[in-house]
Ligand binder design. Structure first.
Ligand SMILES: *Cc1c(COP(=O)(O)O)cnc(C)c1O
Length: 462
């Protein structure tokens, strides 16, 4: 399997080089040149494998090195051994047609652990065999940074520079990023919002020295990360379909469009998915796009769900590539327009293709709080403010088939959101209470790519 850039000028590379690569040289994102054919039976067979085998099997589908399979399985198995349970994330039945997918059982209590833990093992293995050193660059609105810090802490031949926006990540998330105590984890506090952090990371990758610096991306521009996330859509659909052969709709709290795209990848592989429902907070760039066909960046607002406070959903470029039928010139044109003017407009067939597979839903602060309250009354379940956007959509929309509400984080990571909710309060798991006694450490870093690069070069490896 060969991968090419969404913008057409990024070369042709195999999966293993994607482990340690972010954007392509032309600033596009890597995608498979050809997809394996959609195959329901294979999707169900993969989806019912034991969890580590499923993840490793999925990677193997896209890897051109059959001989690497045992090592991949070993790395993945090691990663999930650090979870509360090594099994696939649990699917809880809420009502006959509605289920909750709990993606918060990893070490940092958000879904990003599911992909980052194995990715850290795979990158570490790759560095060991090639004799290189990886510098993980990561822009975070909270959870990616926490999961990156946990995944790479102390990993030999790696170091992680974690850029987080000052005052825009929750105190719990900040502690997860700043208290690892590992010398190879550098939390870098930036004056600006998440999009500013992401822009810095993109600039560093695009610099001519990026390869030489060993810069490695683990945010959702990394294809392997999205691919690993595809595994829980396969396990969930396989499990539900086996009980009831009806298509499954997923309600997904969305920021960078990574987790939704992972679900779409499961559909491309043949999983029986109805609609992927793109759930946003007040940063509603995607619902506006789905409604009007116009992608238009607006200033980012701080909301109850900070991990979704994003106005540039970088992974949407991969979707654009898919709905443009792989026309790189078209992707190039629209992305350049977005960069230059802050907006672009989809053609009618592109918008139609989107609407066939996706529905988008915007949830206000009041809507999220109302959903938390409603879910508490119906199910005695406290959901996090990100999951609440998905719950709000699931309660409002009546789609044919079965529904799965994707709960992306544990509510105790966001206690601020529950201030007005009286008795509805999350219980804090011990992994979070334990962080409180630890010393925080971060570096105030410049919002300037050249100076940042010099700073990062001076950081220690593991
Ligand atoms: C990162 C994150 C999201 C957004 O996921 P994307 O893949 O960026 O769309 C939603 N919820 C939580 C809790 C997150 O950490």
């Amino acid at each position: 399997m060969i991968f090419t850039s969404t913008r057409g000028q990024g070369g042709r590379v195999p999966l293993r080089s994607l482990l340690t690569r972010g954007t392509a040289a032309d600033s596009g994102l890597f995608m498979p040149e050809h997809w394996p054919e959609a195959d329901l039976q294979r999707a169900l067979a993969l989806g019912t494998l034991p969890w580590a085998q499923l993840v490793a099997g999925l990677i193997a589908l896209f890897d051109d090195r059959p001989e690497a399979a045992p090592q991949t399985l070993a790395a993945v198995t090691r990663a999930y051994a650090r979870f509360a349970s090594p099994d696939a994330p649990p699917v809880r039945m809420m009502t006959g047609q509605c289920h909750a997918l709990e993606l918060f059982h990893g070490p940092t209590l958000a879904f990003k652990d599911y992909a980052l833990m194995p990715l850290a093992e795979l990158i570490s293995d790759e560095m060991r065999s090639s004799g290189g050193e990886a510098t993980i660059l990561c822009a975070t609105s909270g959870d990616t940074g926490a999961a990156t810090a946990a995944a790479f802490a102390g990993r030999p031949a790696t170091r992680a520079a974690i850029l987080f926006p000052r005052g825009r990540v929750s105190p719990v998330q900040q502690r997860q990023i700043t208290t690892t105590g590992a010398a190879n984890i550098a939390p870098l506090r930036i004056e600006g919002d998440f999009d500013a952090c992401q822009a810095l990371v993109k600039q560093l990758y695009a610099s001519p020295e990026a390869q030489h610096d060993g810069f490695t991306a683990v945010n959702s521009i990394n294809f392997v990360r999205i691919l690993i996330q595809t595994a829980y859509y396969l396990s969930t659909t396989a499990r539900l379909w086996t009980e009831k052969a009806e298509p499954v709709n997923f309600f997904v709290p969305t920021g960078n469009f990574g987790n939704v795209l992972a679900g779409h990848f499961a559909r491309l592989l043949g999983a029986p998915i109805g609609k992927m429902v793109v759930c946003s907070n007040e940063n509603d760039v995607l619902p506006r796009l789905f409604e009007t066909g116009r992608m238009e960046r607006q200033p980012t607002q701080a909301t109850l769900s900070p991990s979704m406070d994003i106005q540039v959903s970088s992974n949407f470029e991969r979707m654009l590539y898919l709905i443009a039928n792989g026309d790189c010139d078209r992707v190039n044109h629209l992305q350049r327009e977005l960069e230059d003017t802050g907006s672009y407009v989809l053609a009618a067939p592109e918008l139609m293709a989107l609407r066939r597979d996706f529905v988008a839903f915007r949830v206000s602060r009041e809507g999220a709080l109302a959903a938390i309250t409603e879910v508490w009354h119906r199910h005695r379940r406290v959901v996090c403010p990100h999951g609440a956007t998905a719950w709000a959509a699931a309660l409002a929309l009546d789609l044919p088939g079965q529904s799965v509400v994707v709960e992306t984080a544990h509510p105790a990571k966001f206690p601020e959101a529950f201030q007005s909710l009286g008795q509805i309060q999350p219980t804090e798991p011990e992994v979070l209470s334990a962080l409180r006694g630890r010393a925080e450490r971060w570096i105030n870093a410049p919002n300037d790519a050249a100076r940042l690069r010099a700073l990062i070069a001076s950081l220690p490896h593991g």
